[in-house]
Design a protein around this ligand. Structure first.
Ligand code: ADP
Ligand code: ZN
Length: 605
């Protein structure tokens, strides 16, 4: 929590003390001294009273100048004793009236003024502290900006390299353009769409482009803005946002950084973050409460979908996910072209080569690159931006990204390419493994440097022994490829190893697939001991069996590793060519890989 959100009780105590002090001061300064009634009568008889105002039990009045009371007071008051006062007054020719000159005003001033002052000071401080924070007058009022269509000026042409995501959003645009027509035709529209992808890949841009393409207003708010306020305000803001949006429907509500708001609830020791939970609950209520036919589409962006509260992802809420991934080489080229539109570039500028020079960069990095190169050219007094400037800008940006640990170096990239090709080739060579759909060396997240995507052909409930064995082999294929090519292995395979070992262990202990141990179920019975210490094992077999299990698991792994090595030795040509292709294109699909293998087979025959 940031400092300025704590509105300390001390401020309030200080404020109250200040008010009391001021009130006393005012009261003592302007107080009218009270004199005894007898003295009043005496003064009256001496002709020192100018005028009085009489109420049923009090008399207040002024001395007749130049006379004054004690300490030079010009006014006095006294308790009325004599009911027949008026006759006496007339005797002494004093102006009198029946109404008491109100002290209310004075009292009010002495109280109200300091309070107003106090509030004013508070208000001022709030403004200073919060900058954009909600103050007194705008409690709960929402500052979601409403970009109207013509202000937005972003369309699909401005977003490049994310074709799949765009395709998924085309339907939404159609709906927003003519909600009625769309629903009459029986189209079903999602309420909430979650854009998932690393920072800077263009999620916000995409959301704006959807609004721009469909010509509807765009409300945007960031999840962290919702939370950075006083308790209760976040929820009020959510309510307000939806009310505003419904008035402007059809329209888009975009919530950036949904994870800041939508972290899974109630896990912390202290009962979590109340304000955030309230806000999240309100969001859920609003999402459930609006009819998608009204024409409000909720888009949200996150780069950490895994930490979101599952309630947010339920059907009827953010149930559709659109992946906005890091661009591959071709994607980067397209993005660069978008950002080069407004830059005067040298005619010999090779955008494709630029794209090849920038592996791992996302849209925001590339926008930055174009800008940086243009600045360099200006500094050098050039009229056009050439390859020199771009090369230098690339180096600068890569330097920055390397510091942030977001880029892998070329040697690592090569290792990853061979590793992933190893997985793919072993999988392709063995029966019963899922077909390889895509191999990529575009880093995803922190853990995976590359990935080989295999899609199961059908939902599986039963697996044959050979399938399991082959699965182990293809998991080990990555490391096998590293060993064959580099004669050395890397840490990049530890996830593969753990998965392979899990499969092997299940084969031995649960599925009775080990010859030496036979058809027995040996799995440990686990029960939670403490919440955090994980599972407590209770074995129901002997030490000797345990040893045998370990040996059998190791035997499976060793055997399959050798199998993977043998396959890759045999296909070393394809492995190398595939890895090179992968390094160049960063992403190849199953068909391209198959073509490569077929070509190689034809060469051999
Ligand atoms: P995110 O919301 O995913 O963090 P943004 O949409 O804020 O990323 O992207 C920041 C800027 O980077 C955009 O304003 C745009 O200039 C540039 N950019 C990002 N992705 C793309 C893309 N796919 N095509 C074109 N420009 C992009
Ligand atoms: Zn691997």
């Amino acid at each position: 929590m940031k400092k300025h959100h704590k509105f300390s009780i001390w401020y309030i105590l200080l404020g109250i003390w200040f008010v009391i002090l001021l009130q006393n001061y005012i009261a003592s300064t302007y107080a009218v001294p009270t004199i005894p009634y007898s003295q009043f009568i005496t003064l009256l008889q001496q002709g020192k009273i100018g005028e009085v105002a009489i109420s049923s039990n009090q008399i207040q009045g002024k001395y007749k100048p130049p006379h004054t009371g004690p300490q030079g007071a010009t006014e006095f008051k006294t308790v009325r004793v004599d009911p027949n006062l008026s006759a006496v007054l007339q005797n002494y020719r004093v102006v009198f009236k029946g109404e008491i000159e109100s002290t209310l005003l004075r009292d009010v001033i002495s109280w109200i003024f300091p309070i107003v002052l106090f509030v004013g000071v508070w208000f001022f401080l709030m403004k200073r502290m919060g900058g954009q924070q909600a103050g007194f007058m705008t409690l709960g009022k929402n500052k979601a900006k409403i970009y109207m269509e013509n202000e937005l000026n972003v369309n699909f042409n401005d977003v490049a390299g994310v074709d799949e995501a765009k395709q998924e959003l085309v339907e939404v645009i159609e709906f927003l353009k003519e909600p009625k027509k769309f629903t009459e035709l029986g189209g079903k529209i999602p309420k909430g769409i979650l854009l998932v992808g690393p920072p800077g890949t263009g999620k916000t841009l995409l959301a704006k482009a959807v609004a721009g393409e469909s010509g509807v207003p765009f409300f945007s708010l960031s999840g962290s803005e919702f939370v950075e306020m006083f308790v209760g305000l976040g929820a009020a803001r959510v309510r307000d946002l939806f009310t505003q949006a419904k008035e402007k429907a059809p329209c888009i509500i975009f919530i950036d950084e949904l994870d800041a708001l939508g972290k899974a609830r109630g896990v912390g020791m202290m009962g979590g973050h109340d304000e955030r939970e309230q806000t999240l609950n309100q969001l859920l209520v609003e999402m459930d409460g609006f009819d998608p036919k009204a024409g409000v589409i909720l888009l949200a962006a996150t780069n950490r979908p895994e930490i979101l509260d599952p309630a947010l992802l339920r059907p009827g809420r953010f149930d559709r996910h659109v992946l906005v991934d890091r661009p591959d080489k071709k994607g980067r080229e397209e993005i660069l072209r978008v950002h080069l539109r407004n830059i005067k570039t040298a005619p010999d500028l090779d955008v494709e080569k630029l794209a090849a020079m920038t592996p791992g960069m996302v849209g925001a990095d590339l926008a930055n690159l174009a800008n940086e190169a243009a600045l360099l050219a200006v500094r050098r007094g050039k009229t056009v931006v050439g390859m020199d400037e771009f090369s230098e800008a690339v180096e600068r940006i890569i330097g920055g990204l390397e510091k942030k640990n977001r880029l892998i170096n070329p040697a690592e990239r090569e290792a990853v390419a061979y590793h992933e090709m190893g997985h793919a080739l072993v999988a392709l060579s063995l029966p019963g493994t899922d077909p390889v759909q895509k191999i990529s060396i575009i880093p995803r997240g922190i853990a995976a440097l590359g990935y080989t995507m295999q899609v199961p052909t059908e939902d599986r409930f039963l697996m044959k022994k050979t399938e399991l064995i082959n699965k182990v082999a293809s998991l080990l294929g990555g490391r096998a490829a590293e060993e064959i090519i580099f004669g050395d292995i890397s840490t990049g395979a530890h996830n593969d190893l753990s998965r392979a070992t899990d499969i092997a262990r299940s084969m031995v202990m649960e599925y009775g697939m080990s010859d030496k141990l036979g058809q027995v179920y040996l799995s440990r019975k686990s029960r939670p001991l403490f919440l955090d210490t994980g599972l407590q094992e209770s074995r129901e077999f002997s030490e000797a069996t345990a040893e045998l299990i370990d040996r059998e698991i190791k035997a499976i792994i060793d055997r399959e590793y050798q199998k993977a090595i043998a396959i890759l030795q045999d296909k070393k040509q394809v492995l190398t060519r595939g890895a090179k292709l992968l390094l160049e294109k960063e992403k190849i699909d199953g068909e391209e890989l198959q073509a490569l293998i077929d070509e190689e087979n034809a060469n051999r025959a």
